[in-house]
Design a protein around this ligand. Structure first.
Ligand SMILES: *Cc1c(COP(=O)(O)O)cnc(C)c1O
Length: 415
């Protein structure tokens, strides 16, 4: 099949890319084509500068005073609002705290408490596993609570929602296939059954425009270390629609969720609004790294981001199929760009070995068991030329069979 693109047309696409200036705001090692920003986003000088300042000036010189003078105490709410802009949440509904796993725990409990008399949590068997593990954990603390899974108890999530359903926990973009759910449509169906929706945005925050308020989402959670580039283990975020704030209870009722944390009262009294989703002291150095990462996001046009994301993923699919199709790579991501996140997955019988060979050649994607090669496309720092070169290297590896060298079959802990 002839390619629709040649190198000259690729270079024109880069030269006319409205987001091209953002690449210089990231640190990318020479010789690396980074297609794993959906797992760990790239670093940036803005992040290093924030870390340096927070460590040497604010901690080093300011010491305990910096909780007030450097605004540390308010940072989780401030950064929450800045993420809110990227996910369509008006102010006061998003806070940065803890991990996605822990925020799922809090949000599930909050949703169950808002739907007394209903005992079913609906989720997807194809969900990122931690979501399911946390749901199991929540169910184990509430006798009678049941978990129903799409792909196990019925083929589609819609069939599982009924008058016993309290909450539906759903991934906006599937971590493995990149399938994008219709947030507004599914939330409407969940509400029609009287249930609540928790959206996991780990693979959509910073990857595409999200509009939580417009979709009438109830809760949402998400990572900041993937497309938002906050750094390894940077804290997650949690969103709760304002209409639920007065009724929110969550069991991790630490002092940061208290209405008066420094009154040192004996009993818990929940603070106002989204503050109630906090628990204890947050990692300030990681939060400051995230602040630097969010500075880079200021001024990003989310529609331009989406446009480029679709162009990058379309191009990758087209080139891989044209140049590597004979080697048994099978597309696992939808061809319908409207229903696709910012990643593309291909299955191959030796996906692990091929990915290790790619990484040794400087093309960094990742492997998801049992047979998926996953490639993330981050519009702020991935160029069309990167896509072109990555496919050329994949083609060489497959044509030559170089991936069969024994060292590529050795498994590491993190894949
Ligand atoms: C990456 C990811 C997580 C990660 O959760 P942590 O608690 O940060 O480890 C959770 N859910 C989804 C859908 C993810 O993609």
């Amino acid at each position: 099949m002839p390619n629709r693109h040649d190198l000259a047309s690729i270079e024109t696409m880069d030269a006319t890319d409205p987001l091209r200036a953002f690449r210089s705001r990231f640190v990318l090692p020479d010789g690396v084509i980074y297609l794993d920003g959906n797992s760990l986003g790239a670093a940036s000088p803005a992040v290093f500068a924030e870390l340096q300042k927070a460590a040497t000036e604010e901690w080093g010189q300011g010491l305990i005073r910096s909780w007030n003078s450097a605004g540390w105490f308010d940072l989780p709410l401030q950064l929450g609002d800045r993420i809110g802009r990227l996910v369509g949440a008006a102010k006061g509904q998003t806070v940065v705290a803890d991990t996605t796993s822990i925020n799922i725990y809090k949000a599930l409990h909050a949703a169950l408490a808002l739907r007394p008399g209903r005992s079913v949590i609906v989720a997807e068997s194809g969900s990122f596993p931690t979501d399911l593990y946390m749901a199991e954990g929540v169910a184990s603390t509430r006798p009678g609570t049941k978990l129903r899974l799409e792909g196990v108890d019925a083929a589609s999530i819609e069939e599982l929602i009924d008058e016993n359903t309290a909450v539906v926990l759903v991934n906006h973009v599937n971590y493995k296939t990149g399938a994008l759910r219709d947030m507004e449509g599914l939330t409407g169906k969940i509400h029609a059954a009287g249930a609540l929706a928790i959206w996991d945005l780990c693979h959509s925050a910073g990857a595409l425009p999200v509009d939580l308020d417009a979709a009438k989402a109830d809760f949402a959670v998400g990572c900041t270390y993937k497309y938002l580039n906050g750094g390894p283990g940077s804290p997650a975020f949690v969103y709760a629609a304002e209409r639920h704030h007065a009724g929110i209870v969550q069991p991790l009722s630490g002092w940061w969720a208290h209405a008066r944390p420094f009154a040192m009262e004996v009993n818990f009294a929940g603070g106002e609004g989204i503050r109630r989703f906090q628990c204890g002291t947050q990692p300030m150095l990681s939060l400051r790294a995230l602040k630097g990462a969010l500075d880079v996001w200021d001024g990003v046009d989310m529609q331009a981001l989406r446009h480029k994301s679709i162009a990058l993923t379309d191009l990758f699919i087209e080139l891989v199929e044209a140049r590597c199709g004979k080697h048994g790579v099978a597309l696992e991501t939808t061809r319908d760009s409207e229903r696709r996140g910012s990643q593309v997955s291909f299955a191959h019988a030796n996906a692990y070995e091929v990915m290790q060979a790619l990484i040794e050649r400087g093309v960094i994607g990742d492997f998801r068991a049992p047979s998926t090669m996953r490639f993330g496309f981050t519009p702020l720092y991935t160029s069309y030329r990167d896509v072109w070169q990555a496919v050329a290297i994949l083609e060489e590896i497959l044509d030559s069979g170089w991936w069969k060298e024994p060292r590529f079959a050795v498994r590491s802990a993190v894949t």
